[in-house]
Ligand binder design. Structure first.
Ligand code: HEC
Length: 155
């Protein structure tokens, strides 16, 4: 009886500990960080696409601010968040990053460079009128999609 209840307590103990272990896996934190950085890109770029497509009224000040936010984001070194072994093969359901990122490295860096170029060009003119904005948003959209098509699980 005593042994049985002890065993029972041990089982409960283990059950409680299991989610704790999972939450402490530092890789989950870095996956969240890189996804957060992507979410921030999306948050900043959304209204710029809206304005370029005429779905939202052009506002020079907002356009310049958002484009500069995207440019400022380029300054972040997110290298630590892209640790080898954290693709969707090992973390299925937690990440959409394809293992190809690491097996073909540094191929993805070329996509990052294209993106940086598009953002820098955008930030230089985003506040100069809707036509200037429109002229640069195509390349931005292509650079997001281009990288996702290659290195991100299909959505
Ligand atoms: C150089 C490659 C690259 C570029 C450029 C890029 N992304 Fe991503 N993006 C990724 C990868 C890889 C993931 C998957 C990350 C993960 O799930 O760990 C991702 C994920 C995302 C996600 C999902 C985040 C989540 O919470 O799961 C969003 C939103 C996103 N990107 C938006 C953008 C936008 C908007 C742009 C352009 C303004 C952009 N990305 C440019 C590679 C890129």
């Amino acid at each position: 009886m005593r042994i049985a209840s002890r065993l029972c307590l041990m089982t409960i103990g283990l059950a409680l500990a299991a989610p704790g272990f999972a939450a402490k896996d530092p890789n989950l934190k870095l996956i969240k960080a890189r996804q957060g950085e992507m979410q921030l890109r999306s948050f900043n770029v959304g209204p710029l696409f809206g304005m370029a497509k005429g779905k939202m009224e052009y506002n020079a000040e907002l356009a310049a601010t958002l484009a500069n936010n995207l440019k400022t984001q380029l300054e972040l070194d997110m290298g630590r968040a892209w640790k080898k072994g954290t693709g969707n093969d090992a973390y299925s359901g937690k990440t959409t990053a394809l293992p190809k990122i690491w097996t073909t490295y540094p191929e993805i860096a070329d996509y990052g460079k294209k993106y940086a170029k598009a953002i820098n060009e955008l930030a230089a003119v985003a506040g100069n009128g809707v036509d200037s904005l429109k002229a640069k948003m195509g390349a931005v959209g292509k650079s997001c999609k281009g990288c996702h098509d290659e290195f991100r699980e299909e959505q």
